[in-house]
Write a protein that binds this ligand. Sequence first.
Ligand code: FES
Length: 147
Amino acid sequence: MKIDKNKNEFTEDKILWTNIAEASSFDKQQQQVFNVNRNEILVLKIDQEYKAIQSRCPHAGLSMKGSPLNLENDSIICKWHNTSFCYKTGDVQKWVDVSPFQKKIAYFIARFSKKMKEMTEMEPSSIEIFKTQVIENNVWVGISIGD
Ligand code: FES
């Protein structure tokens, strides 16, 4: 496909592709956040591939940028409460993994905080993943735009 270099977007097969950055920008920062079509997307460079996932963890809505990766099971482990998500499928591998002490504190605070109560009772929730491709040394993220 020929890409108009003056355009940073194109649509193909109901996917909106957006040019987010030069691939070389990931040499220094392997995790970067971009706002694309009202989605806050965390793009990860893993080996020579790019994975794009929703940036905010569904548990407490905090940014996962800077979270550790486990390449053995293709996961990102949310740096806040250790929920791990597969960065290829978005599936939850382990939901909220905190110490018994942290759990006690959370349940105590939940008595007074509706938000904390919701967090402690929340069912595991997967994350959204997005397509990526590299075109002429630029990384593009693809968002499904449906019918
Ligand atoms: S914010 Fe990610 S596990 Fe709590």
